[in-house]
Ligand binder design. Sequence first.
Ligand code: SF4
Length: 239
Amino acid sequence: MAGATSLAILNERIFACERCPRLRSHCAKVARVRRRAYADWEYWGRPVPSFGDPEASVLALGLAPGAHGSNRTGRPFTGDGSGDFLYPVLHEAGFASQPHAVSRNDGMKLAGLWITSVARCAPPGNKPTPEELRNCAPWLDREMSMLKHLRVVVCLGRIAFDGLLAHVIRTGNLNSRSGLVFAHGAEYALPGGLWAIASYHPSLQNTNTGKLTRPMLLKVFMRARELAEAGRTAAPAGQ
Ligand code: SF4
C-alpha cells in the first residue's frame, strides 16, 4: 500500500503543476469555452493524473491528454476516440474491467496496468514543445521509480517511445539510443531489466485510416502481458 499512497501523493502534486504556462493556459481556455457537445460538462482543465493499478507490471505510455477527452474527464484516454479504441483492447487483453471509458466515475478498474503520458496537460494541436516535454519528464521519472513491479512499457507513439528512452538515459541505465528504432511492434530489452514495446498511437488519424487496427493493438498488449508474466520470477526492473 505504501506504493499506492506515494503514487496518490505524486498525482496530487502533478495536479497542481504549473511548469508550462502555454499548456496551462490552453487547458484552462478549452475548459472555459468547451465543445458544444459537452456544454453540460464541467471540464477537468488541469494536469491529468495517471490511472491504474499501483502494483502494475505494464505501463501504457501515451503522448498527452486530448483537449476534449482527458482534459474534460480528468482520466487518461477517457472520453475521446483514442480511448474508445484503446479500452476495448485493454478489456480483451485482461487489463481493464470494462470496455467503455466515459468518465472518472464509470467504474473502470485496471489490473496489472498503469496509464500515463509524457505530457500531462493537453497541448494545442496535440503537439507539446520539446521544452514542455522536458518540463514534464521529472514526473515520469518519479512515477516509474514508484512502480515497483514494472517490467514492460508499451509506448503509444513515437514521442512516447522517445520519452521512455530519454528516461532510461536520464536514470543512467542507457548510454545511447543507437539501434533503438521506433516501429510498430518492435520490442527491446533495455538495460535495467525493462522491456519497451513500440506501438502506433491509437489516435483517430491512425485508427480511421487502418494504420493501426484492433488486432494490431491487441497483439501488442498480449505480448506485454506475456513479457510481464515471464519476468515475474526475475528481480523487479532497475533493482
Ligand atoms: S505538461 Fe507536465 S510539466 Fe507541464 S504544466 Fe502540465 S504537468 Fe506540469
